[in-house]
Design a protein around this ligand. Structure first.
Ligand code: NAD
Length: 495
């Protein structure tokens, strides 16, 4: 669709910011609302319900009632499968609208909302739907006079709290396995990007997920989010967000009912390029493409690039000419590959890190400035710092913006030591043609995912999650069911 057509559709769009509780759109009990601004041009998209504890109580009660009367949990897995597949189909039927909402709400290019976010969310829901009637329980090898059944049961009411960087995908990673397993869900989207989550709930109802099974409470973290984390009738919380808030979630779970709490948190991923890298062009294009994708607002962005000293100049010579391609453009233009930063606060944070990088002595080789300022929105040029030291704030803290820090190393032990010198452990990569070095390095890197000679490996079939302060849970793959099910043993005496 042409840029102007997207703009016309955006101008005609009426957003609905009401919560979704018990199968109905409702404003918050308090009637409080907040303004939802688009990062593209800071225009008002509409009002959103500012849910708090009272609304969370209603949503949890609706979810609990739905769980207890088994309107969803009691369906055969094959029935849940059919409905989840319909849900996925309807997401694709509404792809243009969902893509437009995603782009307007969080600023990512429409090209990627259409080609990545909508299809990935639909695929996730379809995959867990397809999986659920193919999973068998176990019988333990006990003595002849007994039968010990080991079965999985849904935990009950699952709260999902998600961030704004991939609003639909993050929501799908939680709700798909939780719903497939038979749970009821209360989803709290980020206050910065609530619109697609609310539409997903309507679409789920249309697909046949019974009212009350999937509820959405938009609002602020310290109100709606904290009310969920502290709720005595929430059995499990699936959280994706910052490490700072992840720590609070675990505390709130402990303070309340010891609900199962799963956290998927921040990262500062290391990308190690050795001098014997098999394909330098591929390494350059993965390093650059992955850090600037989604405006650098990706938890697994390879924000620390370690290049072996002997090839660093050659690497940068190839990398720097690629950066102008990532100059931010109008997110509603299908040619744009880097869009807007989610809001003024995030823009200020990223610009603050850029200033700190300069002050701490890193060498700014590209970018470092705001862009498209006359748009009224929030844009930052692709930024690259050389001569970065691991102790500088741009190397030690998660920036969550389009900023790449280039560091160097002398041998692979030095690279691994520097790569692991971080509280985070989400992802890492190593580029080498030496298979033994690749495997040894992959083993030595303390990260949930290690890439070898690529960075974009990604599939719903593989787990996604971190070591250390990048969290304790795994989204995606069959392993996600572990989070949303309880393991029950039933001992039966025979004869
Ligand atoms: P955030 O922690 O500020 O917010 C995440 C969610 O938590 C939001 O819905 C927010 O409203 C809510 N929240 C905030 N304070 C809360 C509180 N006191 N109690 C309960 N809920 C609260 O994170 P963000 O800025 O939205 O997202 C960016 C972060 O998410 C980055 O650190 C990024 O690395 C991380 N992330 C991790 C993954 C992963 O899979 N590991 C994926 C995407 C994003």
């Amino acid at each position: 669709m042409a840029e102007q057509q997207w703009h016309d559709r955006a101008a005609a769009l009426e957003t609905d910011g009401r919560a979704f509780i018990g199968g109905e759109r409702v404003w918050s009990r308090s009637e409080r609302r907040f303004d939802n601004l688009s990062p593209i041009d800071a225009r008002l998209l509409g009002a959103v319900a500012q849910c708090d504890g009272a609304d969370v109580d209603l949503a949890v009660a609706a979810a609990r009632a739905a769980f207890e009367d088994k309107r969803w949990a009691g369906k055969a897995p094959a029935q849940r499968k059919r409905i989840l597949i319909k849900f996925a189909d309807l997401i694709l039927d509404n792809a243009e609208e969902l893509a437009l909402l995603e782009t307007l709400d969080m600023g990512k290019p429409i090209k990627y909302s259409q080609s990545v976010d909508v299809p990935a969310a639909a695929n996730c829901i379809r995959w867990y739907g397809e999986a659920i009637d193919k999973i068998y329980d176990e019988i333990a090898p006990t003595a002849d006079n007994s039968l010990a059944l080991i079965t999985r049961e849904p935990v009950g009411v699952v709260a999902a709290i998600v961030p704004w960087n991939y609003p639909m995908i993050m929501a799908a990673w939680k709700i798909a396995p939780a719903l497939a397993a038979g749970n009821s869900v209360v989803l709290k989207p980020s206050e910065k990007s609530p619109l697609t989550a609310l539409r997903l709930a309507e679409i789920a109802l249309e697909a046949g997920i019974p009212a009350g099974v999937f509820n959405v409470v938009p609002g602020y973290g310290h109100e709606a989010g904290a009310a969920l984390a502290l709720h005595m009738d929430v059995d499990c919380i699936g959280f994706t967000g910052s490490t700072r808030v992840g720590k609070q979630i675990l505390q709130m779970a402990g303070q309340s009912n010891l609900k199962r709490a799963w956290t998927e948190l921040g990262g500062k991923s290391a990308n190690i390029v050795c001098a014997d890298c098999p394909d330098l062009d591929a390494a350059v294009s993965a390093a650059i493409g992955s850090i600037y994708f989604n405006q650098g607002e990706s938890c697994n962005a390879p924000s620390r690039l370690f290049v072996e000293a002997s090839i660093k100049d050659a690497f940068l010579e190839k990398a720097l000419p690629m950066l102008p391609r990532f100059q931010p453009g109008d997110p509603l233009d299908e040619a744009t590959i880097m869009g807007a930063i989610v809001d003024a606060t995030q823009m200020k944070t990223v610009m603050g890190f850029i200033d700190q990088g300069k002050q701490e002595g890193a060498k700014l080789l590209f970018g470092g400035a705001a862009a498209r300022e006359d748009s009224g929105g929030f844009y930052i040029a692709p930024t690259l710092f050389d001569q970065v030291d691991n102790s500088m704030s741009i190397a030690s803290q998660e920036i969550f913006g389009p900023v790449l820090s280039v560091l160097s190393f002398t041998d692979i032990d030095d690279a691994v030591r520097q790569a692991n010198a971080t509280p985070y452990g989400l992802q890492a990569a190593v580029w080498t043609r030496d298979i033994s070095r690749a495997i040894q390095t992959a083993r030595a890197l303390r990260a949930g995912t290690v890439h070898v000679n690529q960075y974009d490996g990604d599939d719903i079939t593989v787990p996604f999650g971190g070591y250390k302060q990048s969290g304790n849970g795994r989204d995606k793959s069959l392993h996600a069911f572990d989070k949303y099910t309880e393991l029950k043993t039933t001992w039966i005496q025979i004869g």
